[in-house]
Design a protein around this ligand. Sequence first.
Ligand SMILES: [Zn+2]
Length: 471
Amino acid sequence: MNSCQRAAFGAAILAAALAAGGCDKKSDGNTGAGTETSPFIATAVALRTEGLRSERAFTMLADLVQPVGPRLPGSPAAAAAVEHMRRVMDGLGFETWLEPTTVQHWVRGEETAEMVDAAGRVVGSLTVSSLGGSVPTPESGVLAPLIEVDSFDRLDALDSSARGAVVFFNRPMNPALIDTFRAYGESAVFRSGGPSRAARCGAVAALIRSVNPRIDDFPHTGLVEYDPAETRIPAAAVSTADAERLSARLKENPGLRVRLKMTCADLEPVVSANVIGQIRGSDKPDEIVLIGGHLDSWDLAVGAHDDGAGCVQAVEALRLIQACGLKPRRTIRAVMFMNEEFGASGGRDYAADLRRKTERHVAAMESDRGGFLPLYFTIGGPPSIRRKYIAHDRAFRSLGLSGIRAGGGGSDIGPIVQQGAVPMGFIPNAQTYFELHHSGLDTLDKVHPRELELGAIVLALGAYIVSEEGF
Ligand SMILES: [Zn+2]
């Protein structure tokens, strides 16, 4: 279909949705919390119809992750992903370009861990994964007594016993919290900050229980954030099953030691890129509504949920807007940020780029919570903005959402939000997200095409409403 046919087809969908009574409460499945009728309900139905019939977001995700593989910043695969997504957006007829960002290029190498008893016998191996950015062990490895703690307070209360030891942070995620991101945050601090805290106590290496609510054999990696004031010690995540086993063995045998070998390395930094595509606004082209995700991933799997999902949802949102024949007043821009996992340089460089001087970012939406079923739409900034947009509650409800709540944000859009963009977005059902996050389980088969598509439809509707209404 050429662009004229597409526009005509889109207009036909919109007309059909209107004729079919897309704004009718009963036929549309609205649960009816809002009392106002949004002029965007028909748009929502048109976007929903096109999206759910085609499920193109999933096709795009498969086309990205299957040939390219894991997209660790600085890797050849990340460079291939940049070119691939640019080609995809070019092919859809969007205005497309790259903006440079320099990234750390860390490579994993080999990694082994063994339990060793007081007599020097190996009594079991452990499934580990070096933390991103970790220094390697010496070539012969580290062999040291093990000290287990479940908090920084416990670590700080130790006498000199951590000196020369491997500190093992064994803090399970709290299963009682309904907000899995909060539970993640409470345990992930040991991964990001634990190694330097252990080094301060004289430890020679750190092992961290994977931040995973399930007991299984998959280690979950993530970035270690070294404190420049402390010695950099090697750090690895151990699978939750092996964390349990290690803890039990240590109770039976307080003299247990661990031998850790890691050959990871930091290579020269690499100039990579954020990938950008947009539909130019017909009325206020310099006012930008940003939607996006991050294109890089960890190296243990293809990052289908984290964050291939967010990238293809942003591109699919643009495609849906185009396919429905919508002509946004403000520019709607999809940004696939690079390097979120290794310090978010892509988000910072995007906000600092000189091109931003002539633009005003009205709103920014980042999808980086997994490609799961969207639950509700979020709007940040002053409450007056949410009060204005609550008029469109029914439009969001027609996509199966439970409405609009306060919230929004993300690490890549943080810098542009600081410059005045209103953070917006959607919250998906992330109850199972941390079972696969940053692990070998984050694969395409874990993503449901319909759930993924609904996220793209929500982004398309949110971005289009802001492009029409502004603030
Ligand atoms: Zn992510």
